[in-house]
Write a protein that binds this ligand. Structure first.
Ligand code: MN
Length: 254
């Protein structure tokens, strides 16, 4: 049976990244794009509960068909897995995101959350992001090629339950240096709140805007990408800190 592959993203169905991903994975099976009808970056794992979800026939950047939803990236995966595809897909790929998803980005990321939803649905799932300097136009070639290599491998050997992969591909003029398995690093956004005053004297805020501060822990995703390597990080859905758990249990015993 031909593998079924579900693609989504958080940059919206018209983004270049999802077109490049579709083109790369198309030869491997029946690929269906179910993506948000507008950009939904940094939407995290939000789901739509209190209003109807619409699905409409739409077009990718090159005019080829896909399905657009009024929902979040996670909604797209749920709809794809439970209704829009003829059966549960063999793979969920989310991306290729225009921008990194490293360190603490994961908790904000719509791209990664979509792959988490795929994982919860019991499907081998991957989030893939392009990390580029703002001075360069995005070039998805290497990320797309790596997505295909990874998809081929995962169709042969699916991931264990409750684990997904978070992939970040650096864009460099000289090409990537290689591939590294990584752990989640530390990335913070200092000075995240920009407080301003509007012409009527009312205060308003902008979040974000300042570049992240990365901690270059050895073996981390941030370090791998900073040194030119593709980062492949296995993400477990179990968020328990087992190191603290034993100690914590002792707080409440006796
Ligand atoms: Mn995005």
């Amino acid at each position: 049976m031909k593998p079924l592959i579900l693609l989504t993203n958080d940059d919206g169905i018209h983004a270049e990244g999802i077109l490049r991903l579709r083109d790369a994975l198309q030869p491997l099976g029946a690929v269906t794009v179910v993506a948000p009808d507008r950009p939904r970056s940094a939407s995290g794992h939000a789901i739509t509960l209190h209003k109807p979800l619409r699905v409409t026939a739409a077009h990718l950047m090159d005019g080829s068909p896909g399905l657009a939803t009024s929902g979040t990236p996670s909604d797209c995966v749920t709809l794809g897995c439970l209704d829009l595809l003829p059966r549960r897909p063999d793979l969920v790929f989310s991306g290729i995101n225009d921008g990194s998803n490293l360190g603490f980005d994961l908790t904000y990321s719509g791209t990664v959350s979509a792959a988490m939803e795929g994982c919860i649905q019991g499907v081998t799932s991957v989030a893939i992001s392009l990390v580029r300097p703002s001075t360069l136009e995005p070039n998805y070639d290497e990320a797309a090629q790596f997505a295909r290599t990874l998809a081929e491998r995962l169709l042969e050997k699916p991931l264990p339950a409750h684990v997904l992969l978070n992939v970040n591909v650096p864009q460099r003029p000289e090409g990537v240096a290689g591939v590294r398995g990584t752990h989640q690093g530390v990335r913070r956004y200092p000075g995240e709140v920009d407080k301003r005053t509007d012409p009527w004297g009312r205060v308003y805020y902008w979040l974000g805007g300042s570049p992240p501060e990365d901690q270059m822990d050895h073996g981390s995703d941030v370090e791998a990408v900073a040194t030119g390597f593709i980062s492949v990080m296995p993400v477990h859905m179990d968020l328990t800190d087992s190191r603290l758990l034993d100690d914590l249990r002792s707080w409440f015993s006796g």
